[in-house]
Design a protein around this ligand. Structure first.
Ligand SMILES: [Cu+2]
Length: 86
């Protein structure tokens, strides 16, 4: 089995640092908020949603089903990203 990485996506300047990340099934993805502003990580399909993340807070989700997960910040919906799970 291929070693899985555990990608970390930064939230900086009202943007997710990596617009699209492709990972194998079973990967844990972590988001860390580096802004001095609350942000969330919310899946369009409601597969996951973080609480509001303060500066320095993080949120993780394990992707155990393949698919394309489009997510956004529910406080600033123009902030978007995609996780592709294979
Ligand atoms: Cu936000």
């Amino acid at each position: 089995m291929v070693a899985m990485t555990a990608p970390t996506i930064s939230i900086d300047n009202f943007a997710f640092s990596q617009p699209s990340v492709t990972v194998p099934v079973g990967t844990k993805v972590t988001w860390i908020n580096h802004d001095d502003m609350l942000h969330t990580v919310a899946d369009e399909g409601k597969a996951f949603k973080s609480d509001p993340l303060d500066s320095g807070d993080s949120f993780s989700h394990v992707f155990d089903k393949p698919g394309t997960y489009k997510y956004f910040c529910s406080l600033h919906p123009h902030m978007t990203g995609t996780i592709v799970v294979q």
